[in-house]
Design a binder for this molecule. Structure first.
Ligand code: NAD
Length: 378
């Protein structure tokens, strides 16, 4: 059977779903691997490297593929070129990609969404949300350090002592913890806040100070946060204001699954920051944690430069692709029938009794299988 690696066509997407280094894992499972020309170029991976790894380069790779792997969902014209019964593995945000979901259903495609892989221990190696959040969190800290026109670390020199930068991180999930770890490694004094009780210990384990606001914690299901009420949000903003006013760099990474990002910081709060301070809002694309942040742009609010994140993992396409490709290899391995007598090796045969398979499946056999998406669309 054949796996096609799609070239990404969406604006600003620099990642690729498979890297040469991991092609051998797929051929080892018994698949033929075909890569669209130039698929890895933005991630600095040449066609020659894919060929050397055992793949073929084929402009028509997706047309007769059994499985097409990509980072972003395929465009509609490309979905219509797939063979009925073929499968796709990609990110597929079902709430914002409803037309794509309808097309996948109508074309009889079995579509798997990487963001729907259940966050259970067995699926950790397939968790692309985490792998990409790790890249994004690191990037946010580096952007903040790069924009801030002063040192992150303490410097004690013959010419005097330079105080370290004060960094505040809001949201201490996968991205936030990575931002904390990176800012700490650069020597900043880091304080962080998250609404989940478990986060305080994780913040401290990174060497940062946990901000205690003396508010009720907000645990939702699956280890995620719950949405705040308006009163709670207002009180949280009020209590956070002095910490933000005192920060040289503010990094925000807060999210609540299935909702717009919570507004944690008003423009008025940013206006209290000192001249030269920087704000990095990873959530700018999903509504923004910071009022006035714009995805993909740097805007000035008061004395601060506010950087809005836009497809942040794609800004480090090499490592982001490598991690994503490993997630893809792991999920494809789960969905490949074991080599036993009577079964051809490299047989793509997802077991629909497996919770990882059912959890991540959006469309199959001409139907929408993901219940919330079906309820929204049918
Ligand atoms: P996420 O991207 O949904 O949210 C980022 C962070 O924002 C979360 O820590 C959340 O608590 C925080 N947040 C939400 N509202 C906030 C507010 N008003 N103020 C401050 N912070 C707010 O979450 P994520 O990073 O994908 O994961 C969060 C948690 O999920 C992890 O820390 C972990 O406990 C769990 N998780 C489990 C697995 C697994 O079991 N395989 C994998 C990844 C994450």
């Amino acid at each position: 059977m054949k796996i096609a690696v799609a070239a990404e066509t969406r604006d600003g997407e620099s990642r690729v779903a498979m890297v040469p280094e991991l092609v051998g894992k797929l051929t080892g499972l018994g698949y033929d691997v075909a890569v669209e020309p130039g698929a890895g170029l933005h991630a600095l991976l040449s066609d020659d490297e894919y060929v050397a790894a055992g793949a073929v380069i084929d402009a028509d790779a997706i047309a007769d593929a059994d499985v097409v792997v990509s980072v972003q969902p395929l465009s509609m014209d490309r979905i219509r070129r797939l063979r009925r019964g073929a499968a796709t593995v990609s990110f597929l945000p079902t709430t914002t990609e409803q037309d794509t979901v309808r097309d996948l259903r109508d074309c009889g495609i079995t579509a798997f969404a990487m963001e729907l892989v259940p966050r259970i221990s067995r699926a950790q190696s397939m968790d692309a949300l985490s792998s990409q959040a790790l890249v994004a969190g690191y990037r946010c800290a580096i952007v903040a350090a790069g924009m801030l026109r002063r040192f992150f670390p303490l410097n004690m020199t013959a010419a005097g002592t330079v105080q370290p930068a004060e960094v505040v991180v809001l949201g201490a999930g996968v991205a936030g913890l990575q931002a904390i770890a990176t800012a700490k490694r650069l020597g900043a004094v880091v304080r962080a806040y998250d609404v989940r009780a478990a986060a305080a210990e994780e913040i401290r384990s990174m060497g940062a100070k946990s901000i205690d606001l003396d508010l009720e914690t907000l645990e939702g299901s699956g280890g995620y946060a719950r949405e705040m009420t308006q009163d709670r949000a207002a009180r949280q903003r009020e209590l956070l204001a002095p910490y933000i006013a005192n920060a040289d760099a503010l990094i925000t990474t807060a999210a609540v699954p299935g909702r717009q990002a919570p507004l944690l910081v008003t423009a008025e709060m940013v206006e209290q920051m000192s001249p030269g301070s920087v704000v990095v809002d990873l959530a700018a694309e999903t509504g923004g944690n910071v009022e006035g942040s714009v995805p993909g742009e740097v805007v000035r609010i008061g004395n601060a430069q506010v950087w809005g994140g836009k497809n942040v993992p794609s800004q480090m396409p090499g490592p982001a692709s490598r991690l994503y490709a490993q997630n893809v290899v792991n999920i494809l391995t789960l969905m490949t029938a074991p080599t036993v007598e009577g079964v051809e090796s490299g047989t793509f045969a997802p077991d629909f009794d497996d919770e990882i398979v059912t959890g991540s499946c959006v469309t199959h056999d001409g139907e929408i299988r993901h219940e919330p998406t079906r309820a929204a669309l049918e």
